[in-house]
Design a protein around this ligand. Structure first.
Ligand SMILES: [Zn+2]
Length: 422
């Protein structure tokens, strides 16, 4: 799903809730802002902005602080007004990235700051119950270190598969061997709480993250490709996420690129992901292990790519050419293993892209690596988890406070200062 777009506000009392959420979204996404900037962005008068800020301060979601130097200089003589900034430790969400090889979990505060993170290996059995248990174990670790007194709003999960978001059932995750796995239910049972939990395709969360906070900010036509053991795609068209009738659109990894290629885990032959993902890269690099981050580091050391690796680069470009022809994106963000593969084989990839893509859409596209590096799925999951708060700050907060936060993972609140990873 695409980022919430910062629209202009309105001064009608009937949409005060909307304005409150819009103002909170501005500071959540862009950090510290002056009242004057908020007034200009939202098209509301100063007194309305003042009232909205006051309400958010009362809710404990933002605080006011002396303006940063950059801004205070502009005001010249006279006392500058205070800036508004999100309170990073008032509320938080839990983001979970379930990979075929690795699990990542983060506690993310309002404003998008990662307050805590934990990671582990995905159980090799890929048993859904074992994966859910391992993920919840990591959640417990970070909830125990969450800021004292902070309110947990929601949990959001990214998974490399086709997800029915209405009930969090993973319809098909070929590289986990999952068919119709009730992941939302499995996780909720283990958390034993009533905090909202949402499951989505990992690349759909990746494109949300890069569109909101990364390399695709300001673009309305975006493709995010998540390369790991398989290849997931997240697509934004004209500013809106491409869902398809069941929410399953964007399975770009199963574009056919080699009719005489390998059999894919989906049962088809020659899918794009069989030629460009970590097993293919491992074959080209003669590696046994296909864990994502070590392979990314290995690819970063490539100075002159081998013929085999250049072939992988050409297949990457061939698929990109088809994506360009079908979707006419302004920017394609290459996440996961591609963020290191692409720089290593850029010339071969771009030549193949050029050979396949029609001239007109090719002229308009740029291919980039994520600004969020390996965190795109986690950051996107956090953004998804904040959506209810940004739609209705007071309502979402009241609901969250009613929920038995302590029961989520039975956290022991710690008095020690929270360590914020760099
Ligand atoms: Zn396939």
């Amino acid at each position: 799903m695409a980022a919430r777009r910062h629209g202009a506000g309105t001064n009608q009392e009937a949409v005060r809730r909307h304005n409150l959420g819009t103002l909170l979204a501005h500071v959540h996404h862009d950090g510290q802002l002056s009242r004057a900037e908020l007034t200009a962005r939202m098209g509301l008068n100063r007194s309305t902005i003042g009232a909205l800020v006051g309400e958010l301060v009362e809710l404990g979601l933002v605080d006011e602080t002396a303006p940063s130097e950059r801004r205070s200089g502009r005001h010249g003589a006279g006392r500058p007004s205070l800036d508004v900034r999100p309170d990073a430790e008032a509320v938080y969400v839990i983001a979970i990235d379930i990979g075929v090889k690795a699990l990542q979990v983060a506690c993310v505060g309002l404003g998008g700051e990662v307050l805590q993170r934990a990671s582990g290996r995905t159980p090799t059995s890929h048993s859904p119950a074992a994966v859910a248990t391992a993920a919840v174990r990591l959640v417990r670790q970070i909830v125990a270190k969450a800021p004292p007194g902070a309110t947990l709003l929601a949990v959001s999960v990214g998974v490399p598969g086709v997800v029915r978001e209405s009930d969090g059932v993973v319809r098909f995750a070929p590289n986990l061997g999952w068919h119709d796995v009730p992941l939302q239910q499995l996780l909720c049972e283990r958390m034993a709480g009533s905090v909202p939990l949402h499951v989505a395709n990992d690349a759909d969360l990746g494109v949300l993250a890069e569109h909101t906070r990364g390399a695709a900010v300001g673009y309305d036509n975006v493709v995010f490709l998540m390369g790991d053991v398989g290849l997931g795609g997240g697509v934004i068209v004209d500013g809106h996420p491409l869902h398809g009738v069941g929410g399953y659109a964007g399975e770009l990894g199963h574009l056919m690129v080699n009719s005489r290629g390998r059999t894919c885990r989906c049962g088809s032959v020659g899918c794009w992901e069989t030629e460009v993902c970590s097993p293919a890269v491992a074959r080209a690099l003669r590696l046994d292990d296909i864990e994502l981050e070590p392979m990314v580091e290995r690819l970063k050391q490539v100075v002159r790519p081998s013929a085999a690796l250049r072939d992988v680069g050409r297949y990457l470009g061939m698929g990109l050419g088809s994506v360009v022809n079908v979707l006419n994106p302004e920017v394609i963000v290459l996440g996961g293993i591609f963020r290191a593969l692409y720089p290593a084989v850029r010339q071969d990839t771009l030549e193949a892209l050029t050979a396949v893509a029609l001239e007109a859409p090719r002229e308009q596209v740029k291919v980039v690596v994520p600004q969020l590096a390996g965190d795109a799925v986690l950051v996107g999951a956090a953004e998804r988890a904040f959506e209810a708060l940004l739609a209705d700050p007071a309502g979402a907060l009241a609901t969250a406070c009613r929920q038995a936060v302590a029961s989520v993972a039975a956290p022991q609140r710690v008095a020690a200062p929270v360590t914020v990873p760099a």
